[in-house]
Ligand binder design. Structure first.
Ligand code: NAD
Length: 446
């Protein structure tokens, strides 16, 4: 199929590269010229394992990039909208969706053949029906369900494993206004094995499935964090041991066909840490809370989920203070700036409020991250610097604080043993074995 993807960010570019690799003819359109130039030059503007290889195989062949949104739509049969839907004051900002939709709609005005527009961005239930569809009709002068179709195709990829998540999709949620829309979306995903469940549904249900999925995972994280904080308060009980016991439930670790118990991947969300971040969970949970308020259906559980999450940086900073006392002029090395491992995305990373709180208490902070190359604007202050030299960052520290679960931090105990053996380490992700360092403080262990 000839596919245009509007918005070439984490979701748009990964989707474009994967669909091109599956044989579609794909063009990404974005208003950010720098991004488009990089993609056209064959370089990925984001760090995502496997993406460079896909781009090397497809850029200039089945994958192109342009800043001309209208042109991209005109030369394709199907358009996916993958622009950002950030949260502004707790509510979803549809500015990019609206401007992308207008551009798509006016390109549809000049098209003679049927076209499908599907929203891949995460939008609150009712947005596609209530905002996108009428705008497309207004701009194109055509009728939805007659000259063009409208669908919702939420994306479930996780940054850091986006390519493998996309290629190994667990489900395809295909929301549409009619059967023709469903048929076109099924054709788009024709390369996926028949065993991958296709859920054909309406647009609102598809929109709600995405929010409910993210909200569930966020809830599990805050639940584990709250249990962990209570473990700390109780004393002599470690949340890691507690959760190990919880995970052994047959609901979470069912027996496989050979009788061997298999831990379900969802248990990864039932572990205590220093909170969730990223471009999705916080904004999506907030958007659902705001939608509940708007519809006079308060989302009480989700409010508590956010409240617990917002407090988690304080828990970690409290632990740092219990390790080294007053933070005035203390040299703190923070390990990890990305919101999770294997990505360079720092949007709403828990590292940001943690570092801000440490700096506010007078600490000098050195941040190490294996891939993040620049400090985000919120952390550009004299007390905060970024280092690429892990060993030096460990050597010069009065306390080390582990914030992101990068696999390479598993080497920290042996590096510390060589350069700074007595330094306290505060493990905000419970990545390290307690016994592996001399002076260990972990979140959720009293
Ligand atoms: P992103 O910020 O990385 O990318 C969005 C892109 O859209 C940017 O490159 C921006 O320049 C472009 N853009 C903005 N307005 C435009 C316009 N009018 N025309 C063309 N391009 C425009 O965002 P993302 O992380 O890829 O997320 C996109 C959507 O997918 C969001 O709704 C997000 O919630 C959802 N989502 C994200 C993830 C994830 O892990 N990042 C996973 C699932 C779903």
């Amino acid at each position: 199929m000839r596919v245009s993807i509007v918005g070439a960010g984490y979701v748009g570019l990964v989707t474009a590269a994967c669909l091109a690799d599956q044989g579609h003819d794909v063009v990404c359109a974005d208003i950010d010229r720098t991004k488009i130039d990089r993609i056209t030059g064959g370089a990925s503007p984001i760090y995502e394992p496997g993406l460079d290889e896909l781009m090397a195989r497809n850029v200039g062949k089945r994958l192109r990039a342009t800043t001309d949104v209208g042109g991209a739509v005109a030369e394709s049969d199907l358009t996916l909208v993958a622009v950002g839907t950030p949260s502004v004051n707790g509510t979803i900002d549809l500015g990019a969706v609206v401007s992308a939709t207008r551009a798509i709609g006016s390109a549809l005005a000049g098209k003679s053949d049927y076209h499908l527009v599907a929203v891949k961005s995460t939008v609150v239930p009712g947005t596609t029906d209530g905002v996108v569809l009428p705008l497309l009709e207004e701009e194109s002068g055509k009728r939805a369900g007659v000259e063009f179709g409208v669908g919702v195709n939420p994306e479930f990829l996780t940054e850091g494993q986006a390519v493998s998540d996309f290629m190994g999709a667990d489900r395809l949620v295909l929301g549409g206004i009619d059967g023709r829309t469903h048929t076109a979306l099924e054709e788009l995903y024709g390369a996926f094995a028949p065993s991958v469940p296709r859920l054909l549904t309406d647009t609102r249900t598809a929109e709600m499935i995405k929010y409910a999925s993210n909200a569930l995972l966020a809830t599990m994280i805050s639940f584990a964090n709250e249990v962990g904080n209570l473990c700390t308060a109780v004393g002599d009980v470690d949340v890691v041991d507690v959760m190990r016991g919880v995970h052994l439930s047959h609901y979470l670790s069912p027996a496989g066909p050979d009788g061997v118990r298999v831990k379900a991947p969802i248990t990864a969300y039932l572990e205590a840490g220093c909170g969730f971040g990223g471009s999705c969970f916080p904004k999506d949970v907030r958007a659902l809370i705001a939608e509940g308020d708007r519809r006079e259906q308060p989302m009480r559980v989700l409010r508590a989920v956010m409240e617990t999450n917002d407090r988690q940086p304080d828990e970690l900073v409290r632990l740092v203070e219990s390790a080294v006392g007053d933070l005035q002029r203390k040299r703190v090395t923070v390990l990890g700036l990305a919101f999770k491992p294997d990505t360079d995305d720092v949007r709403e990373s828990p590292a940001i409020p943690i570092v801000q709180r440490l700096a506010a208490r007078g600490a000098q902070i050195t941040i190490h991250d294996p891939v993040v190359a620049d400090l985000p604007g919120e952390l550009q202050q004299p007390e905060v610097s970024l280092s690429v030299d892990l060993e030096a960052a460990l050597r010069d520290a009065d306390v080390v604080v582990l914030v992101t679960r990068w696999a390479q931090y598993l080497e920290v105990p042996s590096l510390l043993a060589a350069v700074n053996p007595a330094v306290p380490i505060v493990d905000g992700r419970r990545l390290l074995e307690k016994e592996s360092v001399a002076n260990y403080f972990g979140i959720g262990v009293g």
